[in-house]
Design a protein around this ligand. Structure first.
Ligand SMILES: Cc1cc2nc3c(=O)[nH]c(=O)nc-3n(C[C@H](O)[C@H](O)[C@H](O)COP(=O)(O)OP(=O)(O)OC[C@H]3O[C@@H](n4cnc5c(N)ncnc54)[C@H](O)[C@@H]3O)c2cc1C
Length: 419
């Protein structure tokens, strides 16, 4: 009996083909327009919602697919269609995953549906972790959450930056520090319900790529949320903080186990969540790379110079061979990590980071090669590879930069506190 298979199976193939149709017929024709407008493509999100592609049910179904490849297949297909619109469609899932990973069943049931709205009244959600002085260094967050016991409310103050859908979201999930002395272990995530006073959008950023996706600052000025908006609940937070304080005290006394910062539960829960979500981001990068590769292959076959198609030159053909090889290698890394995460296999070599690192760098490299193969046309907005190249650049920056992925991999394989 063989247990090894790279065949996604009929259900996933059907989903892939369905999404491919939407990507080709709806997203591709709209891509250049929304890139130029630099606005959230609400009509496309609405269309996706009507078809069931923008819905909690759809993502939950893919998320819980036991093979693990449901999400990567969906991401690759949507981002093959267009990355900016793709991120507008799936940006909500960042916040949804935070609630799914940290919330109680009741919290998931309350907030996840409100993040998506309904096909007649679509909504988006935002996940707000990064701050002006806390990007890669998540432990440096300054946004404070203080508990007002008399009212059973949390009061949030601070400024978040780079938030996808920040300020236009119905539901914002905000990571804040409840005990700054504990660094990342003193943080918690809060839901800010729709229309909560004190939350406002700051600057909206003008970007190099994925311009159809809204990225903005989120200002929290005395935002009061009910106690039940703390994801996971107060009891669990208090237990977690008590453990973290014990570890900090042990570290101060020179106890090696405390100093390692791991303790009984092993790994920092937030980092484990990031690791698990990274393959999905890698799959988005693969979608962009595959799209650019296909345009370049087609162009190389048909563009004639010196009396023959340019693909007749080994220099061009070998580049295409390398492009395809790197795309397929990226997909194998992403599928492996996704399968491992879905089957509770520990990432003993930081396989999630590996997949995001390699796929992100591949997208940047492949789209650059595609521009070169298209020559002058590749440099113009008459052809889509210029946009794809701009879009790909974010994949070595968000969800952990390439350097941070290397740091995670290096620490994991060596067990050393590499800086
Ligand atoms: C379009 C866009 C959308 C985003 N969406 C969201 C979102 O929805 N929610 C959210 O919370 N955040 C979001 N982000 C933020 C994103 O995750 C951060 O930009 C990213 O984590 C990097 O942080 P930084 O920009 O502060 O860079 P910095 O951390 O300042 O890094 C600058 C450079 O230094 C390098 N560097 C830093 N530390 C080290 C180290 N120890 N070793 C080696 N090199 C190092 C980095 O790799 C990078 O090259 C988004 C960002 C963008 C641009």
């Amino acid at each position: 009996m063989s247990t090894f298979s790279l065949d996604p199976g009929p259900d996933q193939i059907a989903v892939r083909d369905w999404l491919h149709g939407f990507a080709a017929d709806v997203m591709r024709p709209a891509a250049a327009e929304w890139d130029e407008r630099e606005e959230t493509p609400w009509p496309v999100i609405q269309e996706a919602a009507k078809l069931g592609i923008y819905s909690l049910d759809f993502y939950a179904q893919q998320y819980f697919d036991p093979s693990g490849v449901g999400i990567p297949i969906a991401m690759e297909e949507l981002f093959w269609g267009d990355a900016g619109i793709g991120l507008s469609i799936v940006g909500t899932t960042l916040a949804a995953v935070a609630v799914l990973a940290n919330g109680t069943e009741e919290q998931i049931g309350t907030w996840a549906p409100q993040m998506f709205g309904t096909p007649d009244d679509v909504k988006v959600a935002a996940f707000c972790s990064s701050e002006p002085d806390a990007g890669s260094d998540v432990s440096a967050l300054r946004t404070r959450a203080v508990y007002d016991e008399a009212k059973d409310e949390w009061v949030l103050n601070g400024t978040k930056t780079w938030a996808t859908n920040g300020g236009i979201a119905a539901v914002h999930v905000v990571v804040a520090t409840v005990d700054p002395a504990l660094g990342a272990r003193g943080q918690a995530s809060f839901v800010v319900p729709p229309g909560t006073p004190g939350l406002s959008q700051g600057q909206k950023f003008k970007k190099h790529g994925i311009r159809a996706s809204h990225t903005a600052e989120v200002v929290l000025d005395g935002v009061r949320v009910p106690g039940h908006c703390l994801l996971g609940g107060k009891e669990k937070l208090d237990e977690r903080l008590a453990r973290a304080r014990e570890r900090a005290a042990a570290a101060a006394n020179g106890d090696a186990k405390g100093a390692s910062g791991k303790g009984a539960s092993g790994k920092n829960a937030a980092m484990a969540t990031f690791e698990a979500s990274r393959p999905a981001v890698g799959a988005q990068a693969i979608g962009i790379a595959r799209a650019a590769y296909e345009v370049a292959l087609d162009y190389a076959r048909t563009r004639v110079q010196f009396g023959r198609p340019i693909i007749d030159n080994q220099g061009v053909a070998f580049t295409l061979a390398d492009m395809k090889t790197r795309i397929d290698a990226s997909r194998l890394l992403v599928w492996r990590a996704s399968w491992m995460a879905a089957n509770q296999q520990p990432f003993t070599s930081a396989e999630g980071s590996m997949s995001k690192l390699y796929a992100g760098e591949t997208a940047k490299w492949v789209t650059a090669q595609a521009m070169q193969i298209l020559g002058g046309n590749g440099f113009t907005r008459e052809y889509p590879v210029e946009r794809m190249h701009r879009d790909s650049a974010i994949y070595s920056i968000f969800e952990g930069t390439s350097e941070i992925q290397r740091l995670v991999i290096a620490r994991t394989i060596s067990g050393m506190p590499i800086r």
